[in-house]
Design a protein. Structure first.
Length: 89
């Protein structure tokens, strides 16, 4: 019986990580493509929230600083694109 326990725990951990990764993926999707209100809420969570953001990332098995760094790069590109569009208009 004890030989099967670690497998069950790993399976549960894996399921929980997948669940939290889905939460992060959904939040990023809302930030990029969601309606303005949801996009702003998602951006606040991804870039301004520290405690909950870190908890969710660690629960997903993701390094919060690494993810935020990658998201910052995306945000910088989006801002640059919007500036170019505004200048061209």
């Amino acid at each position: 019986m004890s030989a099967t326990m670690p497998g069950n725990v790993n399976s549960e951990d894996c399921f929980e990580e997948k669940l939290w990764r889905a939460v992060i993926a959904s939040t990023v999707e809302e930030w990029v493509n969601g309606p303005l209100r949801l996009s702003r809420e998602a951006e606040k969570f991804l870039f301004d929230d520290n405690a909950d953001y870190r908890t969710v990332c660690y629960s997903a098995g993701i390094n919060p600083e690494h993810l935020r760094s990658r998201l910052e790069k995306i945000r910088s590109r989006r801002i640059s694109e919007l500036q170019r569009i505004a200048i061209a208009a």
